[in-house]
Design a protein. Structure first.
Lengths: 204, 204
């Protein structure tokens, strides 16, 4: 029997939050999540393998893919392009497997537009919870420092509202456990399954 | 610092689906889920321990609790009362721990009314998925049998729409894993956390 379409998970969050570390750990564990490898025009660094760390490509090829809508999301950083080839994602989802992308916040916004049914996970720096403890528990910091921290926190919270889940990266193993739990729980959501069963019964 | 309020999980589903088996397994594993022990007026069976399997009580005491709104839900089966004492649930949630109830569908409807913020998990008999395979894959059954099965499936699906999650009880260990994943993922839901962070920042 045909498997249901897979789910697309997008792991994102502020730069420096540890997305790469979490993703590396998840790739090493046994999960149903297929990792989508990004494409880039930058030169491989020592030890980087084409098709493992990145798909390395030429600028002309990348621009052609942009023009032909072959990228789910893309961005330019310091003269190099980075993006997610759409074909791998679509083919994997069609096969019934789940896909996880690890991308920057701007890329996540593009995926939200191009594939709104994706599940968006915001990786939260542990500093916000530390900040939280500090604000609530002490009240001894100078006012301008507290205000600056709160302003950063507020910006992060505004981003947060575009996401479905917030995972605090307090410990790598805990954050990974939460992401895996989300990927299992999402398959059990009643609204998702109800449609499936209804379609099935109506089709008969 | 004060912990957030715990979450209330309600595990329910058609009778005979295996709720008791699943619950027994979950109680033996290491989770953050505190199990709420039901109260009953029926006699203890051999091996049943007061305060472990049930809180055994007198009919008068139970009726008094109904009158004083001390039960989150209750029902009468073959002359005996069964119910969930509200105090244990409230105190445990207030302490910041999660609670799981294992109750019949009618009881779940009462909890939905009395504590709508609970998370409702519908345990699905594996027969529906078998049925599904049968309907889709073969088409060789006599029409009246298919219709009867579909009618049962339809009733179950109507119940389903009151729930947040549907967990198929295909294998005990898989069903338990899904329930535990749901309990972790629910704590990561952005709408839940966003309120928390917003309240925190606004309070400052």
């Amino acid at each position: 029997m045909k498997k249901d379409r897979g789910l697309l998970f997008v792991l994102s969050g502020p730069s420096g939050v540890g997305k790469g570390t979490i993703m590396k750990e998840i790739r090493q564990q046994e999960t149903n999540l297929k990792y989508s490898i990004s494409m880039t025009t930058r030169q491989p660094r020592e030890g980087e393998i084409d098709g493992v760390h990145y798909h390395f490509t030429e600028k002309e090829k990348f621009q052609e893919m942009i023009e032909n809508n072959k990228l789910l999301e893309w961005a330019e950083f310091v003269g190099n392009y980075y993006g997610t080839p759409i074909d791998y994602v679509t083919e994997t989802l069609d096969k019934g497997d789940d896909v996880i992308l690890e991308i920057e916040v701007q890329g996540a916004l593009q995926v939200k537009k191009n594939y709104p049914e994706a599940i968006f996970i915001f990786l939260m720096p542990p500093s916000l919870s530390e900040l939280r403890n500090r604000i609530v528990g002490r009240g001894t910091e100078p006012e301008d420092i507290i205000n600056n921290r709160l302003s950063i926190a507020r910006e992060e919270i505004e981003m947060m509202s575009l996401y479905d889940y917030v995972v605090e990266n307090d410990k790598v193993e805990l954050a990974c456990e939460r992401i895996k739990a989300i990927s299992i729980a999402e398959h059990c959501r009643r609204d998702r399954l109800e449609d499936k069963y209804k379609q099935l019964l109506e089709a008969e």
